[in-house]
Design a protein around this ligand. Structure first.
Ligand code: HEM
Length: 641
């Protein structure tokens, strides 16, 4: 039967006109992705490293972020299919193909069947399509507008100020909680901006009183739910309820959170109905905004009518949407914040430029006066300037380019539809019905056709970093790691250019004065439409893009206007004081080892569970007041990386 299906699928693929590779199993196969892929990884050390186009890579769902552009480069095409007995998957890193697919939502819909389980509190904007999705999107999108952004900004400033206070208290030791802290910050921001709840601040440490009728506080319930979300969406509730204690705690947080949401919904509805004007200020959060955006009169009737015709959201749909905003917004933003902090710690010279950009907007150095700090981080005056600054934009964009939390965006051609025509490299091809599609963000973000890049010279075998290769996979192209692209690269993708590396500069374009040729104006480049898709594009693009950008900008502004983040070297050199006493060269070598170690850990601990992230708090960092860096400018001046 498998052979029959494979022969049929190969015949269809041949007719499609799309380049294809035959593989034994489809990476969407549930059993294979649960067990087979794991066994394959365990067996890896027994064999020589697979080539980027080997089935041993292409059957793994994670290849687009593990080996990134390598299969496309090796095949010499930016669009190809894998064909297996269980079906075909089209992978593309071609901006024009991505543009066509994102622009034709009806022909290439989102496979909402993959997100079925996210419906735990009700249907929502992620799990619907057609008329129903349009209704959800129309009613949910305005909630993420200007008023809510203001809340996101204010809360992120408050949270980051508290986090820096907490970090400064442990100044003597390295911070090993970066990921957890980024997750907590993002949770507290979304708790406030989503529900108007004060979730507490990191350096407070006070236990919040649990309200009557509850067994958990709101923050604890939301935190436990989001941190265990995979269990909640994947396991039947009966198993959670009756399983061992850790599962029962997750179930409790699910039930508690549901109860909190129902209470808040009822309170907000009553408040808005009784006095819409008076309550406007307290309802800038997402829940208040979604309720206010609807005609409550219609809403009351909608429960027993078809909501698609009455036009509102039912109560369960309001809850479903709120939950999905938390779900879609928490880990993505936290992961990006974690990545940008680490990337800046690994690239101190970009950190300095970011600080200079912040100084030019906010004024230099931090102040101990709370009033001046409050006016410095004012939403109306600070945010527009920070969002327009080319270097700040470049840092955030470059982070999303190299470490975007969503490496592939799924689409498909439904099995019962017609084959869909596409132009690939100027030739018309047809995508067969039933084909799954992966828009490979992590690969198109590294496609040398669309990105400014530097060609790298051959690696020097005597460079200190080359002495620490260790990993077999790095030697896939037989050259070992290259010092110039080492900090953020792993695997065989783009060995001859710097696209694997973090270089915000590539986003900048400087205009020169016609009169004397001096640099006059710097702006940010606009890559082709489908080449930069961390938030996707088109009608189904991310609804929380602005939310995430505001949070990231606020966090960076608060942190780097007063502090620097440095790599912790305690594991390499006992005592920071020891490093202080070192000369320039010696200090630089310590730093290089720390950067290499950080890169190695990043590579080892990055994995895809819902989003791509570096898991664990495994890269130690230190927070230091600006000007007191251990690895100050002296050791980086004239670096050539
Ligand atoms: C760095 C942070 C974020 C990244 C990289 C990101 C990325 C994405 C991507 C790639 C999609 C898929 C679009 C598609 O299927 O074509 C998406 C959808 C979505 N995102 Fe985000 N997201 C981020 C933050 C947020 C935040 C903060 C929220 C809400 C508060 C949010 C809410 C949503 C929603 C509701 C959708 C579904 C839209 C629809 O299907 O109509 N996201 N996001």
């Amino acid at each position: 039967n498998n052979l029959y299906c494979l022969t049929r699928n190969i015949r269809t693929a041949r007719k499609s006109g799309i380049r294809y590779v035959v593989v034994p199993v489809n990476s969407y196969n549930k059993w294979f992705s649960l067990l087979g892929a794991r066994l394959l990884s365990l067996a890896d050390p027994l064999f020589s490293p697979p080539s980027p186009t080997s089935w041993r890579w292409l059957v793994r769902g994670g290849w687009p972020w593990r080996i990134r552009y390598a299969p496309f480069a090796k095949l010499g095409t930016d669009t190809f299919m894998t064909v297996a007995p269980g079906g075909s998957i089209l992978y593309t890193a071609d901006e024009d193909v991505i543009r066509q697919i994102l622009g034709r939502m009806k022909d290439f819909p989102k496979p909402i069947f993959l997100y079925r389980n996210v419906d735990i509190f009700g249907k929502n904007v992620v799990t619907t399509d057609g008329a129903s999705w349009r209704r959800h999107r129309r009613l949910v999108a305005p909630a993420l507008g200007e008023k809510n952004n203001r809340m996101v900004w204010d809360e992120t400033v408050r949270q980051m100020q508290s986090l820096t206070r907490k970090w400064m208290k442990t100044q003597k030791e390295a911070i090993t909680t970066l990921r957890g802290d980024a997750m907590l910050l993002s949770l507290n921001v979304i708790g406030r901006a989503g529900f108007g709840q004060d979730m507490g601040i990191p350096d407070d440490g006070k236990e919040k009183k649990i309200p009557e009728g509850h067994s958990m506080g709101f923050a604890a319930a939301l935190g436990s739910l989001l941190n265990n979300i995979l269990m909640v969406v994947a396991l039947p509730k009966s198993i959670l309820r009756r399983g061992p204690k850790p599962l029962r705690v997750v179930y409790e947080s699910y039930m508690e959170f549901r109860q909190y949401m129902c209470e808040m919904l009822a309170d907000k509805q009553a408040e808005i109905q009784s006095s819409p004007e008076a309550s406007s200020k307290s309802n800038m959060d997402l829940l208040g905004q979604i309720i206010k955006g609807q005609d409550l009169h219609l809403l009351e009737e909608a429960d027993d009518k078809d909501p698609d015709t009455t036009g509102g959201l039912t109560d369960s749909e309001v809850l479903g949407n709120l939950f999905v905003l938390l779900f879609a917004g928490h880990e993505t933003t936290a992961g990006t914040l974690h990545s940008v902090l680490l990337l800046l710690a690994i690239h101190p010279w970009y950190q300095r430029r970011l600080q200079a950009a912040l100084d030019s907007i906010l004024g230099s150095t931090g102040s101990d006066d709370p009033a001046s700090e409050t006016s410095k981080f004012h939403y109306d005056t600070a945010l527009p300037k920070l969002m327009c600054d080319p270097f700040i934009t470049a840092v955030i964009n470059e982070t999303l380019r190299v470490m975007g939390p969503i490496p592939t965006i799924p689409k498909y051609v439904p099995a019962d539809s017609e084959p869909q025509r596409l132009m690939v490299d100027g030739t018309e091809v047809s995508v067969p019905p039933g084909t799954m599609i992966k828009l490979c963000a992590s690969c198109v973000h590294r496609n040398p056709k669309y990105w400014p890049h530097q060609v790298l010279p051959p690696p020097s075998p005597t460079h200190p970093l080359s002495l620490h290769t260790g990993n077999k996979k790095e030697k896939i192209d037989g050259r070992g790691p290259d010092p110039q692209r080492h900090w953020t690269s792993w695997g065989p993708s783009n060995p001859h250019n710097d696209l694997e590396g973090f270089r915000p500069d590539r986003w900048l374009k400087t205009m020169h004065s016609a009169r004397d040729g001096a640099p006059a104006f710097t702006s940010v480049i606009s890559p082709p439409f489908g080449a930069f898709i961390p938030f996707s594009e088109g009608p189904r693009a991310c609804l929380g893009k602005r939310f995430a950008q505001v949070e990231l900008v606020a966090a960076l502004a608060v942190l780097f206007s007063s502090y620097s983040v440095e790599l912790g070297v305690e594991e390499l050199v006992p005592g920071v004081e020891g490093v202080d006493a070192m000369g320039r060269e010696e200090r630089r070598r310590v730093w290089e080892r720390a950067a290499e170690e950080a890169n190695g850990r990043w590579r080892k601990h990055s994995s895809m569970v819902i989003t791509l992230q570096m898991r664990g708090n495994c890269v130690p960092v230190r927070l230091v007041p600006r000007g007191r860096e251990v690895f100050g400018d002296g050791i980086f001046s004239g670096h050539s990386w």
